[in-house]
Write a protein that binds this ligand. Structure first.
Ligand code: MN
Length: 469
């Protein structure tokens, strides 16, 4: 038993966290450790450093400070030096499966070379905290040894039962075992809707702290309300793989096919065939979060009628530093125009600076008429209130005016989906709200927590899919 071969052969290091171990040079001072090991049988393991490994004995009853007690010590395979740091659990069914606690540690010394014969006898002194003084280990036959306290000032120094905690961490055996359970439990909790969320603690926002796991839970909770707007709609994904300090990726196409993600081949603006993707179910949405997509933008049409849009969006995008009151006036003006046309419209926060006014509409049968209609509305507003609105995107003309963004009502363009979070500092939600809330709710005023609370209320967009116009 001069090397660690036996030690390594007995263990599956894919399953146990015990050290794999290398033989090392011994330090000048020789270390010892006694580990309380609750496996199939409760016992204490005495390990003495020698020539780069730990010579080891399992002592069923543990050491005794009484000289009359001759404790059985079963010589076991040499352990690696790092094993003296091992405290924790060994999985059930594995070799030595159970709980290991560092009972005591320190140095050991001997007086003469002849006192040290690892085949026959060892006379040594322990310099630990709980274990001190002179001891003898003596071989009887095969692997069976006796561990005996020798006469000195430490006789009757203590009883084993005086100590129930780890000398290193202060934990009891029970606490060490429970720690393992807590870890297993938290791992279990990192599964959201049967998707294992890797790197669940990845920071996505800092003030307040929001993690990847928080976002997965958020989408799981809002899924039922959100999904009707994602259903059958080509979706773009905003990815943030490195968390809050990393770069954004705006992604129309995914690299890999995943469960819950649908694919549709379309001809893009360059007349090329291209695959587009959409979320098919809850697994699809949570898998997207797992792949670091946190923000979702949707098309105005659904895949079975790709050239027949039915979801019209006006994005009221205010000039920087514009008073919120003025932005809200803009939304009201837009609604008054839509009301005059007898069009039912719905309001949501953008999660950024403005509001979105959404109109479910089926009567415009092509992208061209759909887009022209949206443009007309913006033009009407510009004409009626030229000091307040512009329908032209060019920035230099925007001073203190609201740009009525109608351009997103174009084939291939997208707008942020209801209930999607926005990857901005505040991580606000693009949240459906009722019209009477316009003056109360800020465009970036709905956090994920607030959104979840609101799920208990009546859905302000309850009749969205019933409107025919
Ligand atoms: Mn053991």
């Amino acid at each position: 038993m001069k090397n660690l071969k036996e030690y390594q052969e007995k263990r599956n290091f894919n399953k146990t966290k015990e050290p794999t171990g290398k033989e090392r040079k011994s330090s000048k001072k020789l270390r010892f450790v006694v580990q309380h090991h609750l496996a199939r049988k409760d016992h204490y393991d005495l390990r003495l450093e020698w020539k780069g490994t730990l010579k080891s004995w399992a002592v069923p009853k543990g050491p005794s400070y009484q000289t009359k007690d001759k404790r059985l010590a079963i010589r076991v395979e040499d352990h690696p030096l790092e094993y003296r740091n091992f405290e924790g659990t060994i999985p059930k069914g594995e070799y030595g499966g159970g709980t290991v606690m560092i009972f005591d540690e320190g140095y050991w010394t001997y007086e003469e070379e002849k006192d040290i014969n690892f085949d026959k006898v060892l006379k040594f002194t322990l310099h630990g905290t709980r274990l001190r003084g002179k001891w003898t280990l003596i071989s009887t036959k095969d692997n069976l040894w006796l561990f005996i306290k020798e006469q000195d000032n430490f006789v009757n120094y203590a009883k084993l039962s005086d100590y129930s905690t780890s000398i290193r961490t202060g934990r009891t055996m029970k606490e060490i075992a429970e720690h393992k359970k807590v870890i297993m439990q938290s791992k279990k909790n990192y599964i959201v809707d049967s998707i294992l969320i890797s790197n669940p603690d990845k920071k996505i926002a800092l003030h307040p702290l929001v993690t990847k796991y928080d976002i997965a839970l958020y989408y799981s909770k809002v899924f039922e309300r959100m999904f009707p707007y994602l259903d059958q709609r080509i979706t773009s994904f905003i990815r943030l793989p490195d968390g809050v300090n990393g770069n954004f990726f705006y992604q129309k196409h995914l690299e890999t096919k995943e469960k819950g993600i649908g694919k549709k081949m379309l001809v893009n603006t360059h007349e090329e065939k291209e695959d587009y993707y959409y979320i098919k179910d809850k697994i699809g949405l949570i898998s997207e979060v797992q792949m670091n997509s946190y923000e979702f933008h949707i098309w105005g049409s659904q895949i079975h009628h790709i050239n027949h849009p039915n979801y019209l969006v006006f994005d009221l995008d205010p000039d920087e530093n514009m008073a919120l009151k003025q932005v809200r006036e803009g939304v009201k003006d837009l609604k008054s125009i839509l009301d005059e046309l007898h069009l039912v419209s719905f309001l949501k926060t953008s999660g950024g600076k403005g509001y979105h006014v959404v109109v479910p509409i089926q009567s415009l049968k092509s992208w061209t008429s759909f887009r022209n209609f949206a443009k007309q509305i913006a033009k009407i507003m510009e004409k009626k209130w030229p000091d307040r609105y512009i329908s032209n995107m060019r920035l230099q003309k925007r001073k203190n005016k609201i740009f009525i963004d109608w351009i997103r009502n174009t084939k291939g363009a997208t707008s942020v989906a209801p209930y999607s979070i926005r990857l901005k500092k505040k991580l606000a939600v693009s949240m459906p709200i009722s019209w009477h809330e316009l003056d109360k709710v800020k465009p970036d005023g709905i956090t994920m927590q607030e959104a979840i609370k609101r799920l208990k209320r009546k859905d302000p967009w309850e009749h969205f899919f019933e409107i025919e116009q």
